[in-house]
Design a protein. Structure first.
Length: 307
């Protein structure tokens, strides 16, 4: 049985709607299960069930047990957003093969078809996180102390999109991995308030040898990060003009607040209000702050002096 997991609470309702609209546009039937991000999820669970047939994860006791064990091992306050670890419930849910997707994503294809590659591998990702080096995942300590080889570090990935198989990791595997990580916090880069990404990368690189990054299928697979400004819209999708006008598989606003004026706001708004004949108008831009005005004035004075 195949399906998609997401994590969400009522706070990210708008993002979840955009994601589900995009999933359902290309795949009306794929099962989707919600892993509650916290206890504030009743409204989003009700809406997603009624509008898209999304189920809520059944073993909520396991999610609480995982959260408590995380606190027991790392201590409260270690992570900026510890609830991101709730996505690890994917290993123990209803789907034999699953895809996990963050809610700050929209997809441009029948995204669950990527699970076909699990016939050859046990873990899949699909991004260019590795091309930026080890930032936001590891520190140079992992190289200096031989924790991972240079080749292994080319397999680091973004924690917002990944696929695997039920039972590949046991509950004890997770706890053992957590214990190894807290024993060496100097290995991990939390400087930009990432939480689960360094830990899940460590876990996969250490415990799952049959892994594959789908962007390695050929040299013209487009990227997926909304911080890349060269993508162009073509109808309902984005294309990459630098890679033969190939269509993106999905777009991820990782680290970017989704709001008017953000990169590719038009494509996100398109999916959020898909099928709505009267989408709301964008609010007017916020007035420029006094701080920004002063910076511009100072910059102007400096230019005049320099000239």
């Amino acid at each position: 049985m195949r399906g998609i997991y997401i994590t969400a609470n009522d706070k990210v309702t708008e993002q979840a709607i955009a994601l589900l609209n995009s999933i359902r546009l290309y795949d009306p039937d794929v099962p989707v299960t919600l892993i509650p991000y916290d206890d504030n999820y009743s409204a989003i669970a009700k809406h997603l069930k009624e509008a898209y047939g999304v189920k809520t994860y059944t073993d909520l006791d396991f999610i609480e047990r995982l959260s408590q064990k995380l606190y027991d091992i790392f201590g409260e306050g270690f992570f900026a957003r510890p609830n991101q670890f709730r996505k690890q419930a994917c290993w123990f849910g209803e789907f034999d093969e699953f895809l996990y997707i963050d809610t700050d994503i929209v997809v441009f294809e029948k995204i669950a078809d990527n699970l076909d590659s699990l016939k050859d591998y046990d873990f899949l990702c699909c991004d260019y996180q590795h091309s930026g080096g080890i930032t936001n995942v590891f520190t140079p300590k992992v190289i200096e102390e031989g924790v991972f080889s240079e080749a292994e570090l080319k397999d680091i990935f973004n924690g917002g999109w990944w696929a695997s198989k039920k039972g590949l990791l046991t509950e004890q595997d997770l706890y053992d991995s957590f214990a190894e990580c807290i024993a060496h916090p100097e290995y991990f880069d939390f400087s930009q308030k990432t939480s689960d990404q360094p830990i899940i990368n460590y876990t996969i690189l250490k415990r799952v040898p049959r892994r594959f990054n789908l962007v390695r299928r050929d040299e013209q697979i487009p990227g997926s990060w909304a911080g890349s400004r060269h993508f162009q819209r073509r109808g309902d999708i984005l294309i990459d003009p630098r890679n033969g006008d190939r269509a993106l598989q999905y777009l991820h606003w990782a680290g970017i607040r989704i709001e008017p004026g953000c990169p590719y706001w038009d494509i996100w708004k398109h999916y959020r209000y898909l099928g709505d004949p009267n989408p709301p108008a964008d609010p007017p831009p916020a007035p420029e702050s006094l701080k920004k005005k002063l910076k511009k004035m100072i910059s102007g004075f400096k230019k005049q002096i320099g000239s």
